[in-house]
Design a protein around this ligand. Structure first.
Ligand code: NAD
Length: 494
């Protein structure tokens, strides 16, 4: 048996093209959001690097697309084991680049992807995806003909990743691409390039050259990939605004496209809800990763009859969430990941305060000279149409609203251009399920939120996305459907 391959997670950070580590003429760097210090240099890729990776990818595809699902799965399992073995190092690197606390304490106990757990959850996500089989379907068969629908891989995929879950989201894209017989060029966010680069360096020890590659760069790199004629598919996760640009630029060569975009997930709290039980759960999903989660709860609608009680318990719970740097093991809320996002979240706070909305913030935050820290904040019943209830803050601030009738709350929850996730909370499961079935979102939970299953479709409705990045539909989105109308050779009877 061969031993599990390993790498030095702490540097140097180079592109991986055709399984070779390659630098670029000039470099750039990310910033540690807790200290505002520079992280190490990373490549600044341009057209030549993209051309080289696409060429290597196309060559690799010739062979990789012919491999069996069994072989692809075996290689992916090897990658999972190697990543698992390095989870401590990856967790440290993740905290240094993304800011999320290593976090030993969580307010309640579902799968919470803080830095260490982001790695274990990525591994279990990939193992889950590997269980899905893409089978041919026989539509018609007789003595003469055989009609089969099968799914064939596309070619070179560009996997474009945001900065909020740099490991989990990259791993999802790598897994779906290789399992479906495609090859992938990963492009991490310029804010968080380090873990993505090292994931692919590790993958290079397991997959043949050109099957999994990575290019790091600045804001100019994404468009070089989305317009490149040698790329067959863009698997994009990021904001709705950028998703629209990606879609426009991919149209030039009709590239296949999956868009996983922003969200404004509503949580509807019914009169029958057990406040003590649900407050920690709802607050955790609202403030998880400092609110920088596509599927975070971003609007909370509480039935009028229990509004005051819920609000008090919620605000009290928020007081228990410790704000701190990644090194602080008791911290739940780390810094916002980058300065641009920090300024954006502050605009939501400023609007709420300047318009006189009642807000509740955590009392304490020790004075910090450095770092993009924001206190978790609850906004009490802002008017309909306020920025905080309509635009994605992607930070630790959440509004509470009250509702009276089911029809009204369903209308208000659905009155958004977004439709990523939603949830309904209550002990009256007949009512909760009834409301859940009326919500317009890609994933709807009852008495839970953000508990995705790799075997299920995962994607957004409306402007939250297009296509799916999990389940059978995720694999099919990386394939061309092909119908084969075959003729059976004549068997001559003696
Ligand atoms: P972003 O759209 O700014 O950037 C995402 C990625 O796109 C980055 O790698 C960036 O470099 C790249 N990019 C930027 N401009 C590009 C262009 N013109 N062409 C091609 N690529 C380009 O998003 P972000 O700020 O990094 O991430 C936060 C957003 O991502 C939030 O809106 C969040 O809801 C969303 N998100 C969605 C999901 C999901 O599964 N639906 C998951 C995580 C994050």
């Amino acid at each position: 048996m061969t031993s599990t391959p390993t790498i030095d997670v702490f540097g140097p950070y180079l592109n991986v093209i055709n399984n070779e580590l390659r630098g670029t003429a000039s470099f750039r760097n990310g910033i540690n959001p807790a200290t505002e210090e520079n992280n190490p240099n990373v490549p600044l890729s341009g057209t030549e690097d993209v051309d080289a990776a696409v060429l290597a990818g196309k060559n690799a595809f010739q062979h990789w697309c012919q491999t069996s699902q069994h072989e692809r799965k075996q290689r992916l399992m090897g990658f999972c084991a190697a990543l698992e073995a390095l989870s401590e190092d990856f967790a440290k690197l993740l905290t240094k680049e993304q800011g999320k606390p290593v976090m030993s304490q969580v307010p309640y106990n579902p799968v919470i992807p803080f830095s260490k757990i982001e790695i274990t959850s990525a591994v279990s996500w990939m193992r889950g995806l590997a269980e899905i089989e893409m089978k041919d379907t026989i539509l018609e068969e007789d003595d003469e003909k055989l009609v089969i629908v099968r799914y064939v891989p596309l070619g070179v995929v560009a996997g474009i990743v945001p900065w909020n879950f740099p490991i989990h989201l990259a791993c999802g894209k790598i897994a779906l691409s290789v399992l479906s017989g495609n090859v992938i060029i990963l492009k991490p966010s310029p804010f968080t390039p380090y873990c993505g680069i090292k994931l692919v360096e590790l993958a290079g020890k397991i997959f043949p050259p050109g099957v999994v590659q990575v290019l790091s760069g600045d804001d100019n790199l994404g468009p070089l990939l989305t317009t490149h004629p040698g790329i067959a598919k863009i698997s994009f996760t990021g904001s709705t605004e950028t998703g629209k640009k990606v879609m426009a630029s991919a149209s030039g060569s009709l590239k296949r496209l999956t868009l996983e975009l922003g969200g404004m997930d509503p949580a509807v709290v019914c009169p029958s809800a057990d406040i003590e039980v649900i407050v920690p759960k709802i607050a955790t999903v609202a403030f998880l990763n400092s609110g920088q989660l596509c599927l975070a709860i971003k609007r909370i609608y509480v039935h009028e009859s229990i509004y005051a009680e819920f609000k008090n318990a919620f605000v009290q719970f928020v007081q228990t969430l410790k704000v701190g740097s990644g090194a602080d093991e008791a911290a739940f809320i780390g810094p916002v990941q980058n300065k641009m996002q920090f300024e954006k979240v502050k605009e939501f706070l400023t609007e709420s305060k300047s318009k006189g909305f009642q807000t509740f913030s955590k009392d304490e935050v020790e004075e910090r000279e450095k770092g993009y820290f924001i206190n978790p904040t609850v906004v009490d019943r802002p008017p309909e149409g306020a920025k905080i209830g309509t635009e994605e803050p992607f930070g630790p601030i959440v509004p509470l609203f009250s509702w009276e009738t089911e029809e009204e709350v369903v209308t208000r929850a659905n009155d958004s251009p977004y439709g990523l996730g939603a949830s309904v909370w209550g002990r009256d499961l007949v009512q909760a399920n009834r409301i859940a079935r009326q919500l317009q979102a890609g994933s709807v939970w009852v008495n839970a939120h953000f508990e995705p299953n790799p075997l299920a479709a995962l994607g957004g409705h409306k402007e939250s996305g297009m296509g799916s990045e999990a389940g059978l539909s995720g694999l099919q989105a990386l394939s061309y459907p092909q119908t084969l109308y075959l003729r059976k050779p004549k068997v001559h009877k003696l």
